[in-house]
Ligand binder design. Structure first.
Ligand code: SUG
Length: 450
């Protein structure tokens, strides 16, 4: 039988026209630090498109997820603001500026949080399973779930290949942050893998919690995903994030560890009992995938937690390139830190699959706590599945050029949280998104289009 070819495709979120710094994400130190600074949405979107193009040029399939409709008038109506759209924006700005900012947040750009996705080679029914995340730990992100689900259903519409689940119930028990706390390991992308799910707290069992910042992801949410996606429970490991790391600003596990195929790059303080987690992963990899898991540990002496959070070194993407070696796609901030540079130099010189590093400038996103790994959702697809998905969102050179023109035409180059009440911004944002759905051939996905 011919071997089915699988590839990992990155789905990056396009930064939306209302990208701003509102300090909304408690526990995300970059967001807290940059709150109320002016932003540059145009630069943000161009930076993220440039990163997508770089990955495409490395031969990695690259796709796009469109931004969400913002300001999100339906949520402002739902929480009691009424009248015309202009009235709603003015009232909200006057009486609840934080809620107005939440309704304007461009946070859907961090698509690592958009969903959990299980490749067909890992699910019992051999379907790709997709669950949009409820993101219910943060008000400004909880409003993403419905639109994300709609977009994913449009892109992956062929039910011979794709199964969608509605987001988990909102509330304290099933708080789900999508793929940002999930790492899949495998011999190659298309071989059945093993899965690491990190969680901050368990709603039903007692575990030690961070003192200062919220633990966003629950164990129960990840367990529900494993059941829904028909994953083999013997190939899954659940591990608790170290509470001290969350208190140092590690709000998602992808800020402190990253894996790809048979390689794991992690900080010693990523988990409660990190040594045991790594030992269990190595055993699972041997037992199920008949392959060594190559692990590279970074100690706190080499990179203190604060420096890991400041540089977002572990929020690099690790991708397998055409030459069958791996590349580290690291944020520019890691290039500017001596400690992070030493770690990277040692990593490249050691016996791991990572042979090259590329630095990317995502500073607009980084100021809200989003590095290279935050802005992409990894989806492993067979050739047939890749062909069965909507083709209009796959990045090509002409689409890249078209998107650059689209951003340049529609986006502002300066936005302050005080500008969010400007009803022109609502009009600008809607006409930009309307045009984008035509460019991507997506059909109506926004409330204002339905
Ligand atoms: O949820 N920042 C996002 C950053 C998400 C990063 N994603 C991953 N680590 N995968 C968050 O904290 C800031 C919004 C503001 O303050 O305006 C924000 O939501």
């Amino acid at each position: 039988m011919a071997r089915i070819n699988y590839r990992e495709c990155n789905f990056d979120g396009i930064v939306g026209p209302t990208h701003n710094y509102a300090g909304l994400a408690y526990g995300n130190t970059a967001s807290m630090k940059h709150g109320l600074h002016p932003s540059n949405p145009r630069e943000a979107a161009l930076q993220s498109l440039a990163k997508m193009r770089m990955l495409m040029q490395l031969g990695i399939p690259q796709a796009i997820l469109p931004p969400h409709e913002r300001p999100y008038i339906p949520v402002l109506r739902r929480i009691g603001f009424s009248g015309s759209n202009t009235n709603i924006l003015t009232q909200a700005h006057r009486s609840a500026p934080q809620l107005l900012a939440a309704s304007c947040s461009a946070a859907s750009m961090w698509t690592a949080n958009a969903a959990n996705v299980t490749p067909s080679c890992d699910s019992e029914d051999q379907h790709v399973h997709l669950s949009a995340a409820n993101l219910c730990s943060q008000a400004h992100r909880s409003i993403e779930a419905k639109t994300t689900e709609r977009i994913l259903r449009n892109i992956f519409a062929d039910d011979r290949f794709f199964t969608h689940h509605t987001p988990l119930p909102s509330g304290l028990t099933f708080a789900d942050e999508g793929a940002a706390n999930h790492t899949r390991f495998s011999a190659q992308y298309g071989a059945k893998g093993i899965h690491l799910f990190a969680y901050g707290r368990s709603a039903l069992a007692r575990n030690q919690l961070p003192h200062q910042f919220p633990a966003r992801q629950t164990l129960e949410a990840s367990q529900a995903i494993v059941r829904l996606h028909q994953m083999d429970p013997t190939r899954v490991l659940f591990a608790q994030q170290l509470p001290e790391a969350i208190d140092a600003g590690v709000f998602h596990n992808d800020v402190i560890s990253v894996g790809n195929e048979n390689f794991f790059f992690y900080h010693e303080h990523a988990f409660v009992n990190t040594a045991q987690v790594v030992k269990d992963l190595k055993e699972m990899m041997q037992r199920h995938c008949h392959r060594d898991l190559v692990c590279y540990k970074v100690t706190k002496e080499a990179l203190p937690l604060e420096e890991a959070v400041k540089t977002y070194l572990f929020n690099s993407q690790i991708v397998t390139t055409a030459t069958d070696t791996m590349a580290l796609i690291a944020p520019q901030e890691a290039q500017e830190s001596e400690a992070a540079q030493r770690v990277i130099t040692n990593l490249l010189a050691s016996n791991t699959p990572v042979k090259t590093v590329h630095y990317v400038n995502l500073r607009q996103s980084m100021h809200n706590g989003g590095g290279p790994a935050c802005v992409r959702l990894r989806i492993v697809l067979s050739d047939a599945e890749l062909q069965a998905m909507h083709q209009g969102v796959l990045l090509t050179d002409p689409l890249y050029e078209q998107l650059v023109q689209w951003v340049t035409k529609h986006y502002r180059d300066r936005l302050h949280p005080d500008d969010l009440a400007d009803s022109h911004l609502l009009d600008e944002s809607r006409s930009a998104l309307d045009e984008l759905t035509v460019i991507l051939g997506l059909g109506p996905v926004y409330d204002f289009q339905l």
